[in-house]
Design a protein around this ligand. Sequence first.
Ligand code: NAI
Length: 318
Amino acid sequence: MDQLRFDGRVAVVTGAGGGLGKAYALLLGSRGAKVVVNDLGSARDGVGKSNFADAVVKEIKDKGGEAVADYNSVVEGEKIIKTALDNFGRIDILINNAGILRDKSFQKMSDQDWDLVHAVHLKGAFKTTQVAWETFKKQKFGRVIMTSSNAGLLGNFGQANYSAAKMGLVGLASTLSIEGAKYNIKVNTIVPTAASRLTEDILPPDMYQAMKPELIAPVVAYMSHESFEDSGLIIDSTLGFATKAHLIRSQGAPLRRKPTDPVTIESVKEKWGEVVNMNGARRIDKIAEVTVDLVEKLQEFEERSKLDTDRESYWATY
Ligand code: NAI
């Protein structure tokens, strides 16, 4: 296969001073993209500032690539996009990767722990993406990656703030993939698991060694390429493996015997096994399908009930 290149493309990678973002920036830089290496250079909990980004810029340049450092917080995402436009005159790819942790069990979580985690992950992605959106729409091209987490999709003890923000990013990506469709703006979500300072005390040591960010970077780079047509996907990747995740809905069940019966707490209890039975569960692709699906199910139920009633009254005459 021909090498997938990014020549002429400008990529912004937030939080690219270390960990996963660094691997994304290095890979894109090595394939011809001009890269804005953004990193506030904070500690893991979001406190402080430093110039982590410089070393990554140097590494890209030493290998013959083009890159510029940016030390703004994603909370001021407009400044990061301005760095791309001022230095390279355009922006094509935005990888929202910056992140912090402020893990606490729920009752001990302060407003600050909640607000800062939401500010960096969710508000940060909103700010950068909204400013880049204007250019993406005008040029009818854009590739956006959101970074979620299994802690968001599944929950994780001590990460209420982080889980909520990470699931928020999935919702943001879903809506933006719809709004971006006619402008060739593809918005997808990566769910990575990799060795970094965020996971150094969480992953077992031998797993930590094996979970190299470089194994995930090609997945993110492919999803950022101009040939990548999918949008609104959630892709989970680690250890050189990738899989797609999405929400599914059960077949469901009517909550009463006949359409004329009331729905009672007891009838809900009686039908609960059918409501949560996932046999035959399926993905609903568009919000419009949700209502259509329910209306169809209701019609089926009403027709079935009418047949039952007709049958009952037929037998009642004998
Ligand atoms: P990391 O700590 O090495 O990288 C995050 C970078 O974001 C840091 O260099 C940090 O300085 C920077 N940053 C923090 N606040 C910032 C701000 N306000 N503005 C700009 N930059 C800021 O951690 P890692 O693991 O590489 O994380 C990257 C992303 O992947 C994060 O969004 C994280 O939540 C997510 N993630 C990572 C997982 C893993 O297994 N490593 C698992 C699931 C999600």
